[in-house]
Design a binder for this molecule. Structure first.
Ligand code: GDP
Ligand code: MN
Length: 388
């Protein structure tokens, strides 16, 4: 789960990580009481790269601030990182314009190859860090954190020296680094990034941007953080899927897949691709699925207007294939599905399930063989024009 910049900055404040004073607005009328001065107007969307996309604007005075706010609020922002999708701008963060002497990059993330947390700092702040890593790897400094001893002050000092910080900025950097580490552990984060961390003209360090990604699997431990979720920033189908405990990811193809088990789902998608088709989604309905969940999963995949054919691949290990067949029939009748469906049922009561599908009179091709099933679904997807 991602947080908005303004939410991340509130957490920063609680951990004494310095951030500029700010105001969050969701209505232009709230601007009226603001002092007439230079402001930064920042679109609150779940994506980086807002600056390049025109979502961060520097206003000279209040009149310009109101102008920029009107241009942004209520519209959508497509950034270089939003995957072509427009994200709704429901809120703006306003901050007095900071006087920047230098911009740095600072982050804390999980390095899976080392199985350790790593703190990363760079002088090339405000830039896309992946580009910096590619083009000037020597500009990136890292400290690997031992999970037993935790981040040590000497490690943050080494980063501060590498950044060329001096005097009290070194202490301030250490303070920020250690606080960031505590915040990371306390929230079960998977990434915290400050880009840019700026040194102001009066030599104070300040987090001008804030990005926090939280580990979804640990969210159950953080009811307060769950409240910060903004579903409008998330893919609508993926958000709906979470409600039904379906593991669903939207992809760009036109063949919907419904499978029980993540590994089987991956293998199914591979087979579809091998036959020359493109999966419209990844969907794992779970090992112990039931008729109701199958019905919800059906509704979910057909709500994607790209979908031209559906491949259901269920291995009845824990579940019984006859119950799955019942769920498929029930769902198809309920939503009056007009798309071709190929069903591969294997395992407990597979024959019985297939018989039920055959007797249903619905547009279902049933098979026990996965290769045949994937061939069939690819052929069907090529030959169908979706009626909508
Ligand atoms: P991002 O593009 O989504 O990462 O948004 P940022 O919050 O990083 O803002 C983009 C850029 O706007 C920053 O790298 C800064 O260069 C600039 N910026 C943001 N706030 C201020 C500010 O208060 N003063 C000045 N001079 N520049 C700012
Ligand atoms: Mn940034």
């Amino acid at each position: 789960m991602n947080l908005h910049e303004y939410q991340a900055k509130q957490l920063f404040s609680q951990y004494q990580i310095p951030v500029p004073p700010s105001k969050v607005i969701s209505d232009i009328a709230e601007l009226e009481q603001l002092p007439d001065q230079a402001w930064v107007v920042k679109a609150q969307v779940h994506s980086g790269g807002r600056g390049k996309a025109g979502g961060v604007k520097l206003a000279k005075n209040l009149a310009e601030t109101i102008d920029f706010s009107q241009q942004l609020l209520g519209t959508e922002l497509i950034t270089p990182q939003s995957g072509g999708k427009g994200l709704p701008i429901d809120k703006l963060l306003l901050e007095p314009l900071s006087d920047i002497a230098q911009e740095f990059y600072l982050s804390l993330l999980i390095d899976r190859s080392q199985a350790r947390l790593v703190m990363i700092a760079s002088k090339a702040g405000g830039m896309d860090i992946e580009t910096v890593a590619e083009q000037q790897p020597e500009a990136i400094f890292q400290q690997t954190i031992d999970p037993i001893s935790g981040l040590q002050a000497y490690q943050t000092r080494q980063l501060a020296f590498a950044l060329g910080l001096a005097d009290k900025a070194i202490n301030q950097f250490t303070h920020i680094g250690l606080a960031l580490y505590r915040l990371f552990l306390d929230t079960d984060a998977s990434l915290i990034e400050i880009n840019p961390l700026v040194l102001s003209k009066d030599l104070q360090l300040l987090a001008l941007d804030a990005k926090i990604n939280l580990d979804d699997n640990a969210l159950y431990r953080h009811p307060k953080l769950i409240e910060l979720r903004d579903l409008r920033q998330e893919d609508a189908r993926e958000a709906l899927a979470k409600q039904y405990q379906l593991n669903y990811i939207t992809l760009e193809g036109n063949i919907a897949c419904m499978v029980n088990g993540a590994g089987l789902a991956m293998a199914t998608m591979d087979l579809v691709k091998r036959q020359g088709g493109l999966p419209a989604n990844f969907l794992d309905v779970g090992g112990g699925t039931n008729a109701d969940r199958v019905a919800e999963a059906f509704k979910l995949i057909v709500s994607d207007s790209q979908v031209k054919a559906i491949l259901v691949n269920i291995f009845g290990g824990i579940v019984r294939c006859d119950l799955i067949a019942q769920g498929i029939i029930q769902a198809m009748q309920e939503i009056k599905l007009d798309l071709p469906v190929v069903v591969r049922l294997e395992g407990t009561n597979a024959k019985q399930g297939q018989q039920m599908l055959a007797d249903s009179g619905l547009k279902i091709t049933a098979t026990q063989d996965l290769s045949t099933a994937s061939q069939q679904v690819v052929a069907l997807a090529k030959g169908t024009d979706r009626i909508k």
